[in-house]
Each structure stands twice: as structure tokens, then as C-alpha cells.
Design a binder for this molecule. Sequence first.
Ligand code: ATP
Ligand code: MG
Length: 332
Amino acid sequence: VPESSSSLRTYAKDKLSGQMVDLFEACQQQSSDLARKEMCRTQLQQDIQRVYAVGRLYLTGSSMNGLGCRSSDADLCLVLKGNKRQDPIHVLSVLQRLFKTLSYIERTQLIRAKVPILRFREKGSDLEFDLNVNNTVGIRNTFLLRSYAYADLRIRPMILVVKKWARHNQINDASKGTLSSYTLVLMVLHYLQTLKEPVLPSLQRDYPECFNPLMDIDIVPEGPKHIPSYFSRNQSSLGELLLGFLKYYATYFRWDKQVISIREARALPKSNSQEWRNKFICVEEPFERNNVARAVHEKIKFEAIKAQFVESSRILQQRKDLNSILPVRTII
Ligand code: ATP
Ligand code: MG
């Protein structure tokens, strides 16, 4: 394959696609950002081991999955082996007390959500951390998402632009009843898997041994490094994919009848089970198979999300200019 045809600019010959690549290049996480997060992780793990000797700290989320921005927070999972039944709230309060004595940490805050987290900042910087205890599914899905992120050159810019678009339009905040970044990512992957000429396969189906849900958690981060990138016959530009994504959720996707499953690379019919009944948006967690979009529980927020897809797809279809749905200069 000649160098030029394997580069991102191959998919960016039109203006809209070029704008997407520009935004991606300006905002994607830099290796220096990751190095900083990794340094904090190492120091924190050392300090935590004074209290929990077996504690191991893993960076997860967009810091590790290839879908991070310079401004992304750092998600951390503390794995306490042999202590599976430890109450996470208890562990996090112990850590909160410890963190108050650490000179490089400030503003610790315990958040009692379904998955409780300790939120804090590196002192004097705007680097924010969200730490959970033993929520190991986050480690598994981080490395699944990373494999998708690198399966095709278009995935990372596409997802970064969608996240920025959703954030700008105030539909990317699970704590306010809209979509988490994780849900948005799965929605993009689903669209790319279900095109007539798919851009992505189901990696769990094609490489079951790499994504075995019972794999020892220590080796998960090493597991999927060797997955060859996927060759798709779909050569659509980034702009075409963005337009197609907005249009898919504005027009074709049946929110009331379908469950998004990237595990199966298709939309499943909504069953009457507890997990999906009376839910506005159904997106299956690829390992645990529960609903990652459960934060969307108010009709008014659901309607706002759908309306945003309809409105943005209409405007972008007309203008073919990223600035019409996302003022790029205010973001870079
Ligand atoms: P951002 O760049 O906006 O921080 P992110 O990719 O880190 O985005 P988040 O929604 O902050 O996404 O989630 C961080 C990580 O937590 C995800 O990558 C995933 O591993 C895990 N996670 C989040 N929500 C769920 C969920 N409902 N079920 C399982 N894991 C989840
Ligand atoms: Mg994050």
C-alpha cells in the first residue's frame, strides 16, 4: 500500500473532512499529556499501597483507549484482589483521608453514584481524576475500545468530533441526564458496524480469545495489542461518515424498538427484560450486557438528544461546514 493511500488525509479531500482532521490534530491527547497522567498514577499507586498493599491502579477511559482529548480527565480503577466484597464507599473514604495528606493532590470529592468515585485534581493544574474501586469492566472495555480506535484511521477523528459536537450542544453529561462519552462512543461504533459496507467488524466476534471476559485483569492491557487493522471496502470520507452518523440517529434508528449491541455488530430487538423495559435509550455494555445509557431517564432530555441529531443533520447536510454545528475556533 503506498504511503499516501494509508494516510488520514486520503479520507479528507473535501472541506468538511479537512475540518474534522484539523480539529482532531489540534485536540487529540498528546504523549506528554499521557506521560503526566502516568506519572501521577505511579505516585498514587505507591501512596495507596501504604494502606492497601495489594492495590493496583490502572488508567482507563479515554486516556488509554486512543479517544482522548488534551482536556480529557484521567479515569482510574483501583483493583483490590481478594477484596472483591469490600464496600467501595468505605475504600474511597479511606483514600479520601489519605489523599488529604498528599501534597500533590487537591479538591478530593466523594461521589456516591451507582459506581462510586473519588474525584480529585493534581495540585495547581487542571488535570482531573475519577477513581473507582474494582470496577474492572472499565479496564476490559477500555482495551476493547482501543482496539476499535486503531482498527481504521477514521475512527479516532470521527469519535473526537462527535464528542466535541455533543459537548458543545449539551447532550454529553450523564450526571445531567444526557449521554456519557462512553455511550456516544458505542453509538458511533454501532453506526460504523452496521453500514451496508461496514467500516468496522465485531472484534469480540472475530477475536473472542482477545476479549474473553474471564481473562485475568493483569493481562488485559497487554492482550489486544496484536489485532491486525481491519480492511474495509468502505472508503467514505470523514465528512460523509459524520453526516451519515447524524442522519442514522435522526432518521433510521428506532429508539423504541432497538438495542445497540457492538458485541454483535447489529441492533437487537428490544426485549421486555428489566434492563430495557421503559428505557429511552438502550446501549448494551459489551461485557456486562447492561444498559450504559441508563442516565437518560427523563423524557425531556431524551427529546432534546433526538432533536439535536435532527437539527444538526439538517444543517450539516445543507452547509457541509463543521462550523455550522460546532464553532471550531471556540474549541481549539
Ligand atoms: P472523556 O474523554 O469525555 O473523559 P471517556 O472515554 O473517558 O471520555 P467516560 O464516559 O468518562 O468516557 O468513561 C470512562 C470509562 O469508564 C470508559 O472508557 C469505560 O471504560 C468506563 N465506563 C463508563 N461508563 C460505563 C458503563 N456504563 N459501564 C461500564 N463501563 C463504563
Ligand atoms: Mg474520561
